[in-house]
Ligand binder design. Sequence first.
Ligand SMILES: Nc1nc2c(ncn2[C@@H]2O[C@H](COP(=O)(O)OP(=O)(O)O)[C@@H](O)[C@H]2O)c(=O)[nH]1
Ligand SMILES: [Mg+2]
Length: 308
Amino acid sequence: MSGASWSERLFGGLKRTSERLGENLAGLTGKARLDDDDLDRIEEALITADLGPAMAARIRERLAARRDAVAGGTEELRKIVADEIAAVLRPVAEPLEVDAFPRPQVILVIGVNGSGKTTTIAKLAHLFQEQDYGVMLVAGDTFRAAAIGQLKVWAERLGVPIMAGPEGGDAAGIVFDAVKQATATGIDVLIVDTAGRLQNKRELMDELAKIKRVLGRLNPAAPHDVVLVLDATTGQNALSQIDVFREVAGVTGLVMTKLDGTARGGVLVAAAERHGLPIHAIGIGETIDDLRPFDADEIAGIIAGNIR
Ligand SMILES: Nc1nc2c(ncn2[C@@H]2O[C@H](COP(=O)(O)OP(=O)(O)O)[C@@H](O)[C@H]2O)c(=O)[nH]1
Ligand SMILES: [Mg+2]
């Protein structure tokens, strides 16, 4: 691992959100009771901190029921906020388990270009290897030669087999061959990289549908997971990507990347509140070790300013 520690980087990604809230709560010191103006201000701060209007309204409601909590100092308010955020995040914190039978478990990884799909695939492969699972990768993003090359480099570094075709090749065909080979060689987890051309929704939809059809022909349970990779730095845009990809590909879970640096990590909470999809893990850097389990209480604590 390089540079700042895991938690330091996660703090970075959630800073924008926690600071907005912190500044507002600090302004309430010395009050005996929260009034409506205070609640308005907190609610607005939460919205502008990317938590989204529904989550902000929930927290407002909780605080409105505990107006006297402010007398206990900002500490007491932070606890209420953290509890409410954690209550939303806990049910969606769900690691990606390898439990498919028959093997292999097929994980389709989707998302817009640049969101961090290929990097996340390498990180997941590494995680599964550490758990002694046999992993294989498939270069289903055949649109760009560089995308195929990038996955090959990761496969080589990790020492895992990869199935790849030529640039412009038929992704579904390659996936079909990969499942057959993975089945024949006793692979536990097959992770499929895909293209993310959101600007052509029709084409994207057709391609993902075709891949899913081909997979289903070999094993009706496949793909077992359809993991949408989201870039936390895109803020609210990540939410509309969930809408689109749910529609085109039937997302079963999320990984949010780039929760380090200048991320707008609060959007994670908005996503959880709005969609209730499992959040499998978070990305906090570019190396293989920079995938972290999604810990609801930790994230809620950081946002509310309880963990520092
Ligand atoms: N800081 C940071 N960068 C990341 C993370 N995940 C991916 N990246 C970077 O984002 C860029 C795009 O990633 P890539 O995996 O190629 O995205 P893809 O187009 O969706 O396959 C690369 O430069 C990655 O190194 C992360 O968690 N944190
Ligand atoms: Mg890629």
